[in-house]
Design a protein around this ligand. Structure first.
Ligand SMILES: [Zn+2]
Ligand SMILES: [Zn+2]
Length: 213
């Protein structure tokens, strides 16, 4: 049984998630922790529950989702995993972060990538990765079929959708990603977003004002 813990980090109020199960293995998704205080919030939580981080995975590589990369890699001996199409954004994060006043070192690089349909396994649990471009190339969502929840990154938010005005953003692709991979899930799926509160697939199908049918 997976437990999902949410942290809200950095000036962009980005949601970082730790997912763990009864084996105490955990995965970290989108490490937005930036300063010492935010980083220690993560390590204190992990230590208090005696969790063992086994994977560091990304929905996408925008600068607000990556600042904790090196800290998490160095603290837990991990390398980042994301979709290969996100590589240029990942490499570019320090330069891009500079625009916002972030001071990021060159990132520790991935050793393998996640593809559409891959299963992300940890402990007794697994998530299915689905490729969902439109907000940015290389974007993945992670679906837990067993417990009916999905991590949507910056594709779908409560009453909103991801911006499409960044490089490689494309509104039509975003709509396709939502219709083909998220709105095909059952209504009771809980949605954990990259920013803001949780929602559900059923709620967004009825109420989301940005989605065209
Ligand atoms: Zn983003
Ligand atoms: Zn974001």
């Amino acid at each position: 049984m997976i437990t999902v813990e949410k942290f809200v980090f950095n000036p962009f109020q980005e949601n970082t998630y730790i997912l763990y199960d009864e084996t105490k293995e955990c995965i970290i998704i989108d490490p937005g922790c930036m300063d010492r205080h935010e980083c220690s919030e993560m390590t204190v939580f992990i230590a208090a529950r005696e969790l063992k981080p086994v994977r560091l995975i990304y929905t996408h590589c925008h600068v607000d989702h990556v600042p904790g990369n090196n800290f998490i890699c160095e603290t837990y001996g991990l390398t980042p995993e994301f979709h290969e199409a996100g590589l240029s954004f990942f490499k570019d994060a320090p330069r891009h972060g500079h625009i916002y006043g972030f001071n990021l070192a060159d990132p520790i690089m991935p050793e393998n990538f996640i593809s559409h349909g891959d299963m992300i396994a940890f402990g007794n649990s697994q998530l299915k990765a689905v490729y969902t471009p439109g907000h940015v190339d290389g974007h993945l969502c992670f679906i837990c079929e067993e417990q009916h929840f999905v991590i949507t990154g910056d594709v779908l938010f409560k009453d909103s959708i991801g911006r499409t005005d960044f490089p490689t953003g494309d509104f039509d692709k975003l709509m396709q990603s939502i219709h083909n991979h998220l709105f095909t899930l059952e209504d009771d799926y809980k949605v954990y977003c990259g920013h803001g509160p949780e929602t559900s697939i059923g709620y967004e199908k009825v109420n989301n004002p940005f989605i065209k049918f």
